[in-house]
Design a protein around this ligand. Structure first.
Ligand SMILES: Nc1nc2c(ncn2[C@@H]2O[C@H](COP(=O)(O)OP(=O)(O)O)[C@@H](O)[C@H]2O)c(=O)[nH]1
Ligand SMILES: [Mg+2]
Length: 292
């Protein structure tokens, strides 16, 4: 372990990969807390399957590298935790970045529910931060649906929509719209882009939201420079008004909360049944105090 940490400091990507595997298999790692610097920007990229998130991530990597900055990517695929399917496609798409030392791409299994993130994502973010990436991009499907989701782990959330995917406005209406800090209308080369934009503007105006909408064509790179500029501007604004710090602290709290909830669930699943709920609560809390 000591050797791996030493190599991590020297920006050895193989050491990073091994440490990530380690924290994925072993939750609650005190050592990770001592490593991180809090300097990386953590950007969530979320939206429906097929909206173009992976293509956008791929284009953003190129744009970020053009500015000499480095980037770590966490691709969370709820449909195939380990291999196959979507990630194979992403792999081909991102192939040109695999040999670039300023880029590190990692796929991760999701949590139990759709769009839910695995508890270990908190430590994976910290390891990537410790490695020294300027940006950490997290691609995930769905949002606002589970205990640990993209809003709780990101400094900034980009919600990706595309024309012709009819259910998206429904999702927005269902309250998911609140989670975006920046909205991307990707596939702006397709019919329906203008009407999607009008609908989105209307929905955002209902909540007096002045959030930015960016049109992109991820496959050609159009609008990506603008998107990165918008992301950077908003990150700077969040830095100045304290929002960035608030969100990073919130992430710490959410991580702690996740660990405690898991422990409570473990205890309660093993506890003897009792007539009175208050007795169960007392017993559970006593046991919890015993293990923390
Ligand atoms: N026409 C068009 N197709 C796109 C664009 N961006 C992505 N696609 C295509 O949409 C499909 C899904 O893209 P992908 O990035 O895998 O979406 P994800 O599921 O959100 O990650 C792929 O076939 C892409 O080539 C775009 O801007 N315009
Ligand atoms: Mg994808």
């Amino acid at each position: 372990m000591k050797e791996l940490l030493e190599k991590l400091k020297q920006k050895d990507q193989r050491a990073l990969a091994k440490l990530i595997t380690y924290v994925e298999n072993n939750t609650e790692n005190n050592f990770v807390d001592d490593l991180w610097t809090n300097d990386s920007f953590v950007i969530g990229i979320t939206g429906s399957p097929g909206a173009g998130k992976s293509s956008l991530v791929n284009a953003l990597i190129s744009e970020i590298r053009a500015t000499e900055k480095t980037v770590g990517v966490i691709a969370v695929d709820p449909t195939s935790p380990f291999t196959g399917g979507a990630f194979l496609g992403d792999r081909i798409r991102m192939k040109k970045h695999f040999l670039d030392k300023g880029v590190f791409i990692r796929s991760m299994g999701s949590g139990n529910s759709l769009g839910g993130l695995n508890e270990s994502i908190f430590d994976v973010i910290k390891l990537m931060d410790a490695f020294g990436f300027d940006y950490i991009l997290i691609e995930t499907v769905g949002a606002g649906q589970s205990e640990i989701d993209i809003v709780n782990v990101s400094d900034l959330v980009t919600l990706v929509l595309s024309p012709g995917a009819g259910d998206e406005i429904q999702l927005l209406k269902a309250g998911i719209m609140e989670i975006g800090d920046i909205y991307v209308i990707n596939k702006a080369d397709l019919d329906g882009t203008a009407s999607l934009k009008i609908q989105l503007e209307h929905i955002l105006s209902l909540s007096n939201s002045k959030k930015t909408i960016v049109e992109t064509i991820a496959t050609s790179g159009k609008g990506i420079k603008q998107l990165l500029e918008n992301i950077n501007d908003l990150l700077n604004k969040f830095k100045e008004n304290g929002e960035l710090n608030t969100r990073k602290k919130q992430r710490q709290k959410r991580h702690a909360e996740t660990i405690v909830i898991r422990k409570v669930k473990e205890i309660i699943s093993k506890i003897e049944p009792e007539e009175r709920v208050s007795t169960l609560v007392e017993k559970t809390l006593n046991k919890l105090c015993g293990i923390i």
